[in-house]
Design a protein around this ligand. Structure first.
Ligand code: 6PG
Length: 473
């Protein structure tokens, strides 16, 4: 072969095929390989540019690539990634670049980077968001790993990524597993956004809105500060009818949520780093609870509560909900940013939170107008201790908090679960409390374990112990 190709792609599932077609559309010749020759043939057949080239043998695939070779793996996270690496690494040469574009756990990416670096290979863990349509027309890409690998990949990644105001939705996130880490937090935030929207939907139902009315509300919200992809698709979903029954499609979909694990990974990482991500936590829990459908059906006949009915004028209620949703979303993002800030400091990743917010404005599932505000809050080297203390968000939260309280209180009284909205509000209230009941908690610890406490009237760092009375019995 005379002409070598600038990139190869392994794994032609939905995401892999779409990215290959996207690369071809942008003028890049792509070598393709998949364990299924049919998948390769299908992708080549879908291509109208003549730039996709299939290879049945992995050796021929590797041989078709220009040095330093760039190989993008789009296979399922976990063992499949290790399997592909085990097969391809011996065929590659020092300086070649292997990219994992799946939703891999960042710790796996760090391990693989170290293992491959030993043989001179550059490993890039790149989060890719946007689903099938994003991959085909412009995803958000979050690559981590060595800077020289980023420099080599940059022209291709910038060409195929989504653009906002002409800016490509891709940038070098940081070393090692930083790219996959940021994609994981993106997914945790995605879980929070989705659950908050679902709670607003439940509260609209409780106020008597039908799905067409709800679709109109989400459509309207999509014109204001809540403007985002997830609000937009919610409007479309609520307007959709089931072809078999003519009923609104949501009414025939079983209320059992699935999840692939990235939300749980985010929670585990937050717990390990003592960062509160309670909105995401509530969102993951809500999915788990929803999946216990059979037990819930039994409980629904045995455990009592009020009728899920909100008796407020619809227009008034919808406006309260809008404000509650926006405030809850701010808290959720503040928590996600706290987590990234903490891990960045701990690992020395030097994450640029403003650049990450800018990157997320397009292509990815959480793309939203609101991310401009987050980017602004971090512009020119600003680093607010919490997003909630950045001036725009402080004003937004203070403005929304009366409505937010009414919504959560009404929901509780009507027995409508709003775990994410209430977790966000509880976080807001704890965060803004000059004094919390942790004074009593410290006393309890000191009582049973002599763990000592600090005093409000003595310098920090001095610890005291009280000789507590003995407990009888
Ligand atoms: C994205 C999505 C994508 C995928 C998640 C959904 O950014 O494009 O987050 O990665 O849809 O895996 O995960 P769950 O199946 O856990 O909802």
């Amino acid at each position: 072969m005379t002409t070598k190709h600038p990139i190869g792609l392994i794994g032609l599932g939905v995401m892999g095929r779409s990215l290959a077609l996207n690369l071809a559309d942008h003028g890049f010749d792509v070598s393709l390989h998949d364990r299924s020759p049919q998948a390769v043939a299908r992708s080549v057949a879908d291509d109208t540019t003549g730039r996709l080239h299939g290879f049945e043998s992995l050796a021929d695939f590797v041989d078709s690539l220009a040095a330093p070779r760039k190989v993008l793996m789009m296979v399922n996270a976990g063992a499949p990634v290790d399997d592909v690496i085990a097969k391809i690494a011996p065929l590659l040469s020092p300086g070649d670049i292997l990219v994992d574009g799946g939703n891999s756990l960042f710790a796996d990416t760090e391990r693989r980077s170290a293992e491959l670096a030993a043989s001179g290979l550059c490993f890039v863990g790149a989060g890719v968001s946007g689903g099938e349509e994003g991959a085909r027309k412009g995803p958000a890409i979050m690559p981590g790993g060595p800077v020289e690998a980023w420099t080599a990949l940059r022209p291709m990644f910038e060409a195929i990524s989504a653009k906002v105001d002409g800016e490509p939705c891709v940038s070098h996130i940081g070393p090692g597993g930083a790219g996959h880490y940021v994609k994981m937090v993106h997914n945790g935030i995605e879980y929070g956004d989705m659950q908050l929207i679902c709670e607003a939907y439940a509260l609209m139902r409780a106020a008597g809105l039908d799905t067409d009315a709800m679709a109109a509300v989400f459509d309207e919200w999509n014109r204001g500060e809540l403007r985002s992809y997830l609000i937009e698709i919610t409007a479309r979903i609520l307007a959709q009818r089931d072809p078999d029954t003519g009923a609104p499609i949501v009414d025939v979909i079983l209320d059992k949520a699935g999840q692939k694990g990235t939300g749980q990974w985010t929670l585990m990482n937050a717990a390990q780093n003592a960062v509160v991500v309670s909105t995401m936590g509530a969102a993951v829990d809500a999915r788990v609870l929803s999946s216990m459908k059979a037990t819930r059906l039994v409980a629904s006949t045995r455990l009592q509560g009020p009728e899920a009915r909100i008796d407020l004028p619809v227009a008034e209620w919808v406006e309260l909900l809008r404000q509650a949703l926006y405030a809850s979303k701010i808290v959720s993002y503040a928590q996600g940013l706290d987590l990234m800030r903490t891990m960045s400091a701990q690992r020395g990743w030097n994450l640029d939170l403003g650049a990450i917010a800018r990157l997320w404005r397009g292509g990815c599932i959480i793309r939203a107008q609101f991310l401009n505000r987050i980017a602004e809050a971090h512009a020119d080297g600003q680093a607010p201790a919490s997003l909630m203390l950045a001036p725009y968000f402080e004003t937004a939260l203070n403005g929304a908090q009366p409505a937010w309280r009414r919504v959560v209180a009404q929901a509780m009284l009507a027995g409508v679960p709003v775990p994410a909205m209430s977790a966000s509000l509880a976080f807001f209230d704890a965060f803004r409390s000059a004094r919390l009941p942790a004074d009593l908690l410290q006393a309890q610890r000191d009582f049973f374990g002599a763990h000592t406490y600090e005093r409000i009237d003595r310098p920090a760092g001095q610890f005291f112990h009280t000789v507590w009375p003995e407990v009888q019995g």
